[in-house]
Design a protein around this ligand. Structure first.
Ligand SMILES: NC(=O)c1ccc[n+]([C@@H]2O[C@H](COP(=O)([O-])OP(=O)(O)OC[C@H]3O[C@@H](n4cnc5c(N)ncnc54)[C@H](OP(=O)(O)O)[C@@H]3O)[C@@H](O)[C@H]2O)c1
Length: 311
């Protein structure tokens, strides 16, 4: 498993992480098999959120109760979770009260006394950076959270938080797959009149911003076309891409999911792919792509096969 630097720290983390958004209905045995497959593949980084599972802290609680990790095993892994979305009436809340109470709920559900990483799940239009800073300071000094990051944030939204937050922002979790790739495609098509890819969806240069500021980009939904529920592999919308994934899978003697993983891990930004599969074999097959040396021609060929113009 290839590792990448985590934020501006010297910590190394696996280039592939295991997302736990879809485990709510899985049995203890299935969750244990998923966890074991991840660990066997060199994945010791697990991504959660307070809202995963349809009720507050459901997936976090399922993870903990299925695995019953010993204290020493808990220390071997990185537990990341997120706060800031209020389910039910569905709105965003980055207030001091919401962040701190959500973290307390996550600690209880995960059965741990610290989180390795806490992300603000989505940008909150009503955010008050001083409140976020107060929450982060308190959580950090109480030993409840060791590192902080964001998800789905633009460069300016991160700058705004940094006017008050003193801890480094270590990660920004963003949607990225070969087919849903505006954070990469926009840079390729910049200033090309009439090109759909030239449209800025990410606030402008979020990937370059993260590289400049040493913020680790974590790619969520790495195998969804764009919409949840539509997987790239076998999609009738992407025959050329699937042919290219199959061709490269044959060349490198891996599964197509490894090539889709490598398309993200090959990027020099040092991104983490956050897997969502609950199938142990797919975890192993994807992890096999973490360090594949795709050539530039192969990497750009996948961009073009996914329908992007390389002008
Ligand atoms: N920050 C955010 O806003 C945000 C949003 C969404 C997700 N996330 C995080 O990102 C993680 C990954 O998201 P995701 O679950 O949408 O990612 P994904 O890995 O792109 O999709 C996984 C889903 O695709 C299915 N699938 C079907 N065929 C597949 C195949 N051949 N290969 C691989 N998967 C196949 C999986 O089914 P099986 O389970 O049956 O294999 C699973 O339901 C989540 O767990 C969560 O941690 C973050």
């Amino acid at each position: 498993m290839k590792t990448v630097p985590f934020g501006p720290t010297s910590t190394q983390v696996p280039a592939v992480a295991a997302g736990m958004m879809r485990i709510a209905d899985k049995s203890d045995e299935e969750i244990r098999a998923l966890y074991t497959a991840a660990r066997d593949a060199g994945i010791d980084f697990f991504d959660h959120a307070d809202i995963y599972g349809g009720e507050a802290h459901r997936c976090e609680q399922r993870f903990a109760s299925a695995l019953k990790l010993s204290a020493s095993e808990r220390e071997q892994i990185t537990l990341q979770t997120k706060a800031g979305i209020v389910p039910g009436e569905w709105h965003y809340d980055s207030s001091y009260e919401h962040i701190t109470s959500s973290v307390d709920g996550s600690l209880r559900a995960l059965g741990t006394d610290y989180l390795d990483v806490l992300l603000i799940h989505r940008p909150d239009a009503l955010v008050e950076p001083e409140e976020v800073a107060r929450a982060f300071d308190e959580l950090h000094s109480a030993g409840k959270v060791r590192a902080f990051g964001v998800s789905n944030h633009t460069p300016r939204q991160i700058d705004l938080l940094k006017t008050a937050v003193s801890q480094p922002i270590v990660a920004n979790q963003l949607q990225l797959s070969i087919t849903h790739s505006p954070i990469i495609a926009q840079g390729l098509a910049a200033n090309m009149a009439g090109e759909q890819d030239a449209v800025t969806y990410d606030g402008g240069g979020i990937l370059d911003y993260c590289r400049i500021n040493r913020i680790t980009v974590q790619a969520w939904s790495p195998f969804q076309t764009t919409f949840q529920g539509e997987v790239i592999f076998g999609s009738e919308k992407y025959p050329e891409l699937n042919a290219e994934l199959d061709r490269l899978a044959g060349k490198y003697d891996v599964e197509p999911i490894a090539i889709a993983t490598a398309w993200i891990t090959r990027h020099p930004a040092g991104m983490q792919v956050v897997l969502g599969t609950t199938t142990p074999q797919r975890v192993a097959d994807a992890a096999a792509g973490s360090d594949l040396p795709l050539t530039r021609a192969e990497w750009y060929g996948l961009v073009q096969a996914a329908g992007h113009r390389v002008p």
